[in-house]
Design a protein around this ligand. Structure first.
Ligand SMILES: [Zn+2]
Length: 168
């Protein structure tokens, strides 16, 4: 079974996935959100949404900034965007994380949790089936002629499950 901490982490992550998907749906149709924007004479930064993603931006005004130095960076693809643009007296950073990417990110942990749970269940069922058929739980050796320990791997032999023992 997945640990309690992993379960809580998965539940939180799932809520964030649902929240992101809801925000995605909302932004595809409605106007963008500005979560916060801070503007001072030489610095402004903020976090908001676009139609397809969440944007964080930072804009710095410094007299020393010169156009093209250092070289501008622009990485754009599949809704993702990272920009660093410098012009005379100003540098601007933009980071856009698309909703699809965030949703997949938040969904990964709950999927892992589910997978782990299913694996644990499959293992329990296999153990029960081996016990029922008088096979060693550890190695699968036929124990019908043995009583205390498995002659193959030395594992202790569990007593037979009662006929009405439930599998869950
Ligand atoms: Zn064995």
């Amino acid at each position: 079974m997945p640990s309690l901490r992993f379960t809580i982490l998965s539940a939180t992550s799932l809520l964030l996935a649902i929240g992101t998907a809801a925000l995605w749906h909302r932004c595809a149709a409605g106007p963008p959100f500005d979560f916060f924007i801070t503007i001072t004479p030489d610095t402004s930064y903020g976090l908001g949404t676009e139609r397809r993603g969440i944007i964080g931006f930072l804009q710095l005004q410094r007299p020393s900034y010169r156009s093209g130095v250092p070289e501008d960076i622009q990485v754009v693809g599949a809704g993702f965007r990272y920009l660093r643009m410098t012009s005379d007296g100003m540098r601007r950073y933009n980071l856009v994380l698309p909703f699809w990417m965030l949703t997949i990110f938040w969904t990964a942990v709950p999927c892992l949790w589910l997978l782990r749970r299913l694996k644990a269940r499959a293992r329990r069922l296999k153990d029960r089936a081996r016990k029922r058929n008088r096979l060693c739980v550890t190695c699968g050796y036929d124990l019908r002629a043995s009583s205390l320990r498995c002659p193959e791997c030395g594992a202790e032999i569990a007593k037979r499950p009662l006929p009405n023992e439930r599998i869950n």
